[in-house]
Design a protein around this ligand. Structure first.
Ligand code: IPM
Ligand code: MG
Length: 368
């Protein structure tokens, strides 16, 4: 298989973790006789510094002509006071919109060796394995008007959804539920918001097409509460853009390690942008100590969702599980014992497992 991958390191630790993902992808390519070509482009604060805009036209064009995109992180204190069109985050929002990446998949699954670091009791979090399917290109993030009044003493944002935008994300979530434990929780605020009433109607209408999937509606405030009181009751959660943003950060710490969580942002045809859920971590940027595992797991999601390379994806995931089990951890991971490593050493451990004899056994278990 021959694929063209755009790399958008962005800001902070972005370039360090992207470099780890590339090393892992290279070794997978060698093992399986694939060719991955990489092209690096600017986004976020780095792009503001170099080109005066968080999303240069060339970056969009290169992403559009490639087979998939890997993104590190955007943002940092340096740009916090910039006007909104010159904020690094704007580049990320714009690329999601321009590439039509409406479906954001954020899996939250605990690694056994890290569960003790969860802010929840181990018995509460044990067995949690959920997938948040967040609508990513609509809702209050993109509705207009979004502005201040002339005097600057009032402001408006608009939560706008068309039926078609809701239908496609709901279909995606039902399809994901089918591949998992067949339980879909749709989260809204239908007791208050008109857009949520429409959302709920769409879910009700769609569910007849998926009789094998059990559907439940939850108001967002109750969902936030249940995520910490009984997280293992969830399988797939589908929700609109801002609720998904908030709930996915809440869910991400359940497993004791924000530094472990990957994500995929997909278009209807499977094209996607893959990024870790964590941010640019400016406090540790450039020190070579960032945890590369969420980025590496994002690369695995790319192989699975955009390239259909299930075995290769599974092998990377097994490698990550293995190095954690062996006790290797970066500074952000609170392991009780084991060996503290930096970014390069962690990456080397993952690479070494992928090329080892024991990797073959993991592949067998992928199909079990
Ligand atoms: C995320 C982030 C972004 C969002 C920011 C950086 C614009 O929080 O990917 O969850 O709100 O979507
Ligand atoms: Mg967020």
């Amino acid at each position: 298989m021959n694929k063209q991958i755009t790399l958008l390191p962005g800001d902070g630790i972005g370039s360090e973790v992207i470099s780890s993902a590339v090393q892992v992808l290279q070794v997978v390519a060698d093992e399986y006789k694939h060719t991955f070509n990489f092209q690096i482009e600017d986004i976020g604060g780095t792009a503001i510094e170099k080109h005066g805009t968080p999303l240069p036209e060339k970056t969009s064009a290169v992403c559009k002509s490639s087979d998939a995109v890997l993104l590190g992180a955007v943002g940092g204190p340096k740009w916090d006071n910039n006007p909104s069109h010159l904020r690094p985050e704007k580049g990320l929002l714009q690329i999601r919109k321009e590439l039509g990446l409406f479906a954001n998949l954020r899996p939250v699954k605990g690694f056994p060796s890290l569960l003790h670091a969860s802010p929840l009791k181990e018995e509460v979090v044990n067995g949690s394995d959920l997938l948040i399917v967040r609508e990513l290109t609509g809702g209050i993030y993109f509705g207009t008007p979004s502005q201040r009044n002339h005097e600057g003493n009032s402001a408006v944002d608009t939560l706008y959804y068309t039926k078609q935008e809701i239908e496609r994300i709901v279909d995606k979530a039902f399809q994901c539920a089918r591949e998992r434990r067949k339980h879909l929780t749709s989260v809204d605020k239908a007791n208050v918001l008109e857009s949520s009433k429409l959302w709920r109607e769409v879910v009700e209408a769609k569910k007849v097409n998926y009789p094998d999937v059990k559907v439940e509606h939850l108001l967002v405030d109750a969902a936030a509460m249940k995520l910490i009181t009984n997280p293992s009751q969830f399988d797939v959660i589908v929700t609109e853009n801002m609720f998904g943003d908030i709930l996915s950060d809440e869910a991400s710490v359940l497993t004791g390690s924000l530094g472990m969580l990957p994500s995929a942002s997909l278009r209807e045809d499977g094209f996607g942008l893959y990024e870790p859920v964590h941010g640019s971590a400016p406090d540790i940027a450039g020190k070579g100590v960032a945890n590369p595992l969420a980025m590496i797991l994002s690369a695995a999601m790319m192989l699975r969702y955009s390239f259909g390379l299930e075995e290769e994806a599974c092998l990377i995931e097994a490698a990550v599980e293995h190095v954690l089990k062996e006790g290797y951890s970066t500074g952000d991971l609170q392991m009780q014992k084991g060996t503290k490593v930096n970014t390069d050493e962690m990456t080397a451990q993952v690479v070494s497992y992928i090329t080892s004899e024991s990797a073959a056994h993991s592949i067998l278990s992928c199909y079990a």
